[in-house]
Design a protein around this ligand. Structure first.
Ligand code: HEM
Ligand SMILES: [Cu+2]
Length: 564
């Protein structure tokens, strides 16, 4: 057996179990299997992505011309408010939780999550929250104060719509907290005994950092929203200046969650990319510990930069300085990751398949969003472009170019494991090309528009901005079209795609060491680690193959012991 063959079979437990194919209706039930829940999260959030995407294209259609000629200004306000709320709380955050649910137990050799019922509860809070939010359109009073819902504006727009927005976001935040408790306990307590923290795949490190951030910051958002609901419905004046309240306090509380939220939306995909790049480059990851610890550093720093969203809210100069410096420092751990990924690819045998193309696209576009982020961190520049399209450009390079490309990379990569079928490569590439063209056409011109002074959140603008806006709008139609090949490919492949082997990418992490799709309880016999997660092409490795798992009746998990 060659070294390569030895490595691919190294962690495989025997005997092989049967693939656990589920019936379609099981995905519509209160199922406690983490794999069912993971797919429930992913499919549900993708449906919301399509709805949020239609809203984005309606917004862009209105902005094709400088006049208000497609929807009324009120409907326009509701559309961009719902678009942003859906994309953040119903697409990217739950999609990250979907991958975490599916992958964490498999990657650490566990049979399920620590609290399977709590896990199902966390998922089932999402559909009602989403339906409630969208149903507000039917009531004729959809939320329209922006996804930030700043008072006093949010206190004087439609009361019903605002109340619906608050309830919906509270439900989604609670779901996210419950999910995170599960991820942390599972990661810390349920790894196979042979897996120390430094043998954990990097996706697991990323989810540890993400979950810590969710637990620390989401309750503060909940607090802000509950106080806001009192102001809205009970006549208190916590944030209402007419009664002596302070709207800036709301901004502090809101951004104490919502800045970390951008890391809650990107860290899981930093993790996914750290899995995908070494596998498809056939090289060990460069700087395992640096990538793992930089996730924790990003989490910590992410908690102390929130007021960079408030440079124009009248905060004192020394505070601006503090937040400007901390924000810029975040570029360091982020840069460590980017350089580690590039160094991993350097000299590797890169396979340019769909997961890898999206991963490379992720790194490239995320860097553009990162650079404009550092620009915005500089107070004088931020004051110039605050509330302009420059900010919209920046956030979409990070959220679309980062998170969304990361989601697609992860879907192409783990689809064979989840469904037992391969996706079609040709249509994957078509999807990639259309996405990259559409993405840059839609969002690149917005940098220029912002610097020229075009305001965000307006349905009507100065005619001198028309031509650039036309490019953005046509780009957004390409983005809408780009989703079709993906959707058709995913649905078709799920039923008729080529059968996937257990380990189509010849990977080393444990999720590939079981059948595709995995057996109901993942592993018949728990796997024993004999290689690290990324030891591709490593010539000599000191492996103690004399270690075996011994099941003891009084312990829930077998313990590792030296066998002779
Ligand atoms: C088809 C792709 C998309 C298009 C064409 C699009 C378009 C837009 C436009 C034109 C705005 C500005 C509205 C305004 O200020 O008047 C906007 C805002 C926003 N979008 Fe998107 N978007 C897309 C995808 C996404 C994705 C994937 C996310 C992920 C989270 C996202 C998050 C946001 C957020 C947070 C805002 C801020 C809204 C505000 O200013 O309150 N968008 N989008
Ligand atoms: Cu921020």
């Amino acid at each position: 057996m060659t070294q390569a063959q030895l490595q691919e079979t190294a962690n495989i437990p025997t005997p092989q179990e049967e693939p656990g194919v589920r019936k379609w209706w099981e995905f519509f039930t209160f199922n406690t299997d983490h794999k069912v829940i993971g797919i429930q999260y992913l499919v549900t959030s993708f449906i919301f992505y399509c709805i949020g995407g239609v809203m984005a294209d309606l917004v862009r259609t209105e902005l094709r011309t400088p006049e208000v000629d497609f929807v009324t200004p009120e409907v326009y306000n509701s559309l961009f408010t719902l678009h942003a709320t859906i994309m953040i709380f119903l697409w990217i955050v739950p999609a990250g939780a979907g991958f975490a649910n599916y992958l964490i137990p498999l990657m650490i050799g566990a049979r399920d999550m620590a609290f399977p019922r709590l896990n199902a509860v966390a998922f089932w809070m999402i559909p009602p929250a989403g339906v409630l939010l969208i149903a507000s359109l039917a009531v004729g009073d959809a939320p329209d104060a922006g996804w930030t819902s700043y008072p006093p504006l949010s206190l004087v727009t439609g009361q019903v719509g605002e109340a619906i927005w608050i309830i919906s976001v509270l439900l989604l935040g609670t779901s996210s907290i419950l999910g995170s408790i599960n991820f942390i306990v599972t990661l810390l307590k349920m790894r196979v005994p042979s897996m120390g923290v430094h043998q954990m795949p990097l996706f697991c490190w990323a989810m540890l950092a993400t979950s810590a951030l969710v637990l620390l910051s989401t309750p503060v958002l909940a607090g802000a929203l509950i106080l806001l609901s009192f102001d809205l419905l009970a006549g208190t004046t916590f944030f209402n200046p007419t009664g002596g309240g302070d709207p800036v306090v709301y901004q502090h509380m809101f951004w104490f969650y919502s800045h970390p939220a951008v890391y809650i939306m990107i860290l899981p995909f930093f993790g996914a990319i750290s899995e995908i790049i070494p596998i498809h480059s056939r090289k060990p990851i460069f700087g395992y510990k640096a990538i793992a610890y930089s996730s924790l550093a990003i989490s910590f720093l992410g908690l102390i930069v929130w007021a960079h969203h408030m440079f124009t809210s009248g905060i004192p100069g020394w505070l601006r300085m503090f937040f400007m410096i901390t924000t810029m420092i975040i570029a360091v751990p982020t840069g460590i990751k980017i350089f580690s990924w590039l160094a991993t690819m350097w000299g590797g045998k890169i396979a340019l398949n769909s997961p890898m193309l999206f991963a490379i696209g992720f790194v490239g576009t995320f860097v553009i969003g990162g650079v404009s982020g550092v620009m915005l961190a500089a107070v004088p520049f931020d004051i110039h472009v605050h509330d302009t399209y420059f900010v919209v450009a920046h956030l979409h390079y990070v959220l679309f170019g980062g998170s969304v490309l990361g989601i697609f990379a992860a879907i192409y990569h783990w689809f064979p494991k989840m469904t037992g079928r391969m996706m079609n490569e040709f249509w994957g590439k078509v999807h990639f090309v259309l996405t990259i063209v559409g993405l840059n056409m839609t969002f690149l011109p917005m940098h220029k528009l912002g610097m020229m002074g075009m305001n965000r959140r307006i349905a009507q603008y100065d005619p001198k901005f028309t031509s650039l806006n036309e490019i953005c709008t046509y780009g957004s139609y390409i983005l809408a079209i780009s989703t079709l090949p993906f959707l058709i490919n995913a649905v078709w492949s799920w039923f008729y795609g080529e059968k996937a082997p257990n380990n189509p990418w010849r990977a080393l992490t444990l999720e590939w060491m079981t059948t595709s799709p995995p057996a109901i309880e993942n592993f018949e016999t728990l796997p024993v680690l004999t290689t690290g997660p990324y030891d591709y092409g490593v010539k000599e490795k000191k492996v103690d193959v004399t270690q075996v798992l011994i099941a003891k009746p009084d312990e829930p998990y077998p313990t590792i012991e030296s066998n002779v």
